[in-house]
Structure formats: C-alpha cells, structure tokens
Design a protein around this ligand. Structure first.
Ligand code: CP
Ligand code: NVA
Length: 316
C-alpha cells in the first residue's frame, strides 16, 4: 500500500468534469499525452508502482475495461475486474460497506454503474480516489479521450462542436467539457429526449466564466450549420434496452449521415464514443469515412486515463 509522509491533502475523485477547473483538465490531458509519447518511444515508467485499481462494473464494457486494466498494468500496477455479479454489491451489500472495504485494500477505484448518486455514495465512503467509469448521468473519462483526440488533431482551436441525439450521459459530459474549457457547443435532441435541466443550468453558470457558447436545438440541421466537429451516441443507452424500439421511431431524422454532414464545415471531424449502431444514429459512410477519428478516439481512452490516474495519485 502507498504511504504518505507529508500531510494528506483533500482526497480528489473524478466523478464529473463539473468538479474540475480548465487548468486541471488541461494538466490531465498533457500528462496523458506525455505518457503516450513515452509508450510510443518504448519508455515505460512505473508511475503507479505496485498500486492496485479496483474496477467495479454494473454494466457491460469493452473499451473502459480494457483501457483501465491495460493502463494500470503499463503504469506498474495491477487491476481487479469486479463485476456486480461476482461481488456482494450485486446481492445487496450496501454501497457504503463495499466502499469502505474495497478502499481499505486498494489504491484507486473505478466504477461503472447506473445512478450517479450511487457513485457519489461510494466516493463519500472511500479512502482512495474514485473514478467515474460511466453512470446514467456522466461519462467524463470518455471526454478526456475525446479532447485529447481534438488536441492531437489541432481541433481544439475555436471548435464548434455539435452533438446530435439523445440527451444522455455523453451529452451531459460534452456540456461540462465545453462550459469549463470555453468552446462552442450545440446540442440537438428530439423533443422529449432533452438534456437534464440542472446539468444545463450548471453549464450556463460555468459558461459565464469561460466564455463558452451553448445552444440547444430540436433541429439537427440548424444545429450542425458550420460545425467543425460532429458527434453522436447510441439512441438507447445501457439500461434502456426496453425502450429501443420506441426510440428508433422517435429519433427518425437524427441520423448523422452524409446529408447532415454536408451542412457542417467541409471536412468536419466525426467522433463517437462507441459502441456505434450503424444506420441508426450514424451512417456507415460517416462512421467509417475519411473524417472519422473514432478509433484514435477509442485508443486515447488508454492514454487519457493513464494521465488521469497518475494525476490523481499526485494529488494525495
Ligand atoms: N465508450 C465506452 O465507454 O465504451 P465501453 O462501453 O465499451 O467501455
Ligand atoms: N450513452 C451510452 C454510452 C456508452 C459508452 C450508454 O450509457 O450506454
């Protein structure tokens, strides 16, 4: 276990970008990029030597699991995959007890769960940093990877980002990123699938300070005019499987295809957190087109989260 000789500072968690300043977000991205550069040059530094990351998954995952597990290994530590089917959390052990026990034996915890309040309850009872690996409300680690991809491709200078689709955890996270960093974000959702009002109010508050421009639409064509980057997400998130059929009907007109992209700037970039459903929220031609950076974006989950874990460790 890690020991601290200096006086302990306030424990930092990573639950939402809401709790982070612009400077902190950029520091994490820079750290991730420098660790990525080392890896590409064959330089391995054990930034988290012998540390353990507990990963609790109450929902499925491909990218989040592989990136955190591989990332921790590459940083000199190890990761434990704990599915809710295998631990007592899934059988009713209180989240507070689970948090106290797991955080007494490990150095960091990542959780993917349903209610954001469950993640917060875990963090309140944890002795070690807790990372949001996706909740119904936010997916902040994805946005670190998305922004890292923007930086690497020079897309971070005066971007106009348009999000088309469901007002979900990804939309909320884009709102936090844009309003903290100060860029323009337009969101187009179908009627009845709008973003959470509280999240929007927070974004407007942060935007006053950062200079971000946030505009909300129900018309995808209006929202995409002149965009430099267009992004979307599945119409039915994890936990909404029963609503899928209805959502496919309600989201007609919200597919990101070549016709919609023709209203954006020429060569506008396309991002998607994945998994993607071809010919539903995005056409195959856009998803696999020359302006799509989806696989660079997915790979950056590894590099951005390594930056995050090292940064969180440095704050103790
Ligand atoms: N984008 C993302 O979080 O993917 P997984 O659900 O595969 O982890
Ligand atoms: N909104 C999606 C994101 C998946 C990475 C979901 O929550 O299922």
């Amino acid at each position: 276990m890690r020991t601290n000789k200096t006086k302990a500072r306030k424990l930092r968690h990573f639950l939402s970008l809401k709790d982070y300043t612009k400077e902190e977000i950029l520091e994490i991205i820079d750290l991730g990029l420098s660790i990525k550069k080392d890896l590409k040059n064959g330089i391995h530094k054990d930034h988290l030597h012998k540390q353990t990351l507990a990963m609790i998954f109450e929902k499925s995952s491909t990218r989040t699991r592989v990136s955190f597990e591989t990332g921790m290994y590459q940083l000199g530590g190890t990761a434990l995959f704990l599915s809710s089917r295998d631990i007592h959390l899934g059988r009713g052990e209180p989240i507070e007890d689970t948090a106290k026990v797991i955080s007494s034996m490990t150095d960091m915890v990542m959780i993917r769960t349903f209610e954001h309040s469950k993640l917060e309850a875990f963090a309140q009872n944890s002795k070690v940093p807790v990372i949001n690996g996706l909740t119904d409300s936010y997916h902040p680690v994805q946005l670190l990877a998305d922004y890292m991809t923007m930086v690497e491709h020079g897309l971070d200078t005066n971007p106009i980002v348009t999000y088309i689709g469901d007002g979900n955890n990804m939309t909320h996270s884009w709102l936090m990123l844009a309003s903290k960093l100060g860029f323009e974000l337009r969101i187009a959702t179908p009627k009845g699938y709008e973003i959470d009002k509280e999240v929007l109010n927070d974004a407007y508050t942060f935007a006053k300070e950062s200079g971000a421009v946030i505009n909300i639409f129900n018309d995808p064509i209006a929202a995409v005019q002149g965009a430099t980057l267009v992004t979307t997400d599945t119409w039915a998130s994890m936990g909404q499987e029963d609503e899928k059929e209805q959502r496919v009907k309600d989201f007609q007109g919200f597919i990101v295809d070549d016709a919609l992209m023709s209203h954006a700037q020429e060569h506008a970039t396309f991002l998607h957190c994945l998994p993607a459903y071809r010919e539903q929220e995005v056409s195959t031609s856009v998803l696999e087109g020359e302006n799509s950076l989806i696989f660079e974006e997915a790979e950056n989950r590894l590099h951005a989260q390594k930056g995050l874990m090292v940064w969180l460790d440095q704050q103790r």
